[in-house]
Write a protein that binds this ligand. Sequence first.
Ligand code: PAF
Length: 283
Amino acid sequence: MQTITTVAELRRALAKVRHVDKRVGFVPTMGYLHDGHLALVAASRAQCDVTVVSIFVNPTQFGPNEDLSSYPRAFLRDEKLCRDAGVAILFAPDAQEVYPSRFETFVEPGELAKSLCGAFRPGHFRGVATVVCKLFNMVQPDVVFFGQKDFQQCAVVRRMAIDLNFPIEIVTVPTVREPDGLAMSSRNRYLSEEERRRALAINRGLLAAAHEFRSGERNVERLVAIAKGHLETVDRLQYLELVDGDTLKAADSPLRRPAALCAAAYVGSTRLIDNVILALPTP
Ligand code: PAF
């Protein structure tokens, strides 16, 4: 595995790969890797000849009162995990490499970025879309892999790739969970043991609603209420919304189209997100 920190070096390394027509898979991350990231790497290795992972804690997607300075970092550990997982190139630029001085050009996503997390984290998806667009230009992958836990991020990036004509296939990989159901996230390390136990309510609530959905419940209010009934152990529920799978706007009731039940909640001072897709059986 090559660890590369500059765009020039990355382009040189990838030119050799493209020269022999290899399919390049890309997994963008902010580091502090866990099994969720490694599932993305495994998916890339299964579908592509060469896998590139980026590690970059992107300052433009953090709000002023968010955890940019305390975001967990463990570069040497991540580097070893990537090497052991069969990554070919680890791209780990510093902030100056990604955002040169006087940087002022951003990618502004539209409606998809306004609901759910977008309503509570102003500018977050503008930062995500900007850095992902830049990383796409730097790596020029054939396929990119994102985790379903970041459901809205997947939708925003997919839209951006179409709108800005990136010839890139975007693959969403199912959320990887701890054995007890907690969705894997680098931020889980902020949780105390007691908070971690209480955080399980999020997945429990989503699963309970999904169970009722599979049993035939199609009423949006009732499905949300079922999930909410499990969420009393979180400290603050930021949102729990059933949204249309394409527009991410409030789903019409009764459900007739694929939808996603999405939640964001604080447990202690840690903000966690999770979701479940409610896909209607094909007639
Ligand atoms: O999902 C993440 O880790 C980040 O939002 C991403 C896609 C790497 C952009 O910084």
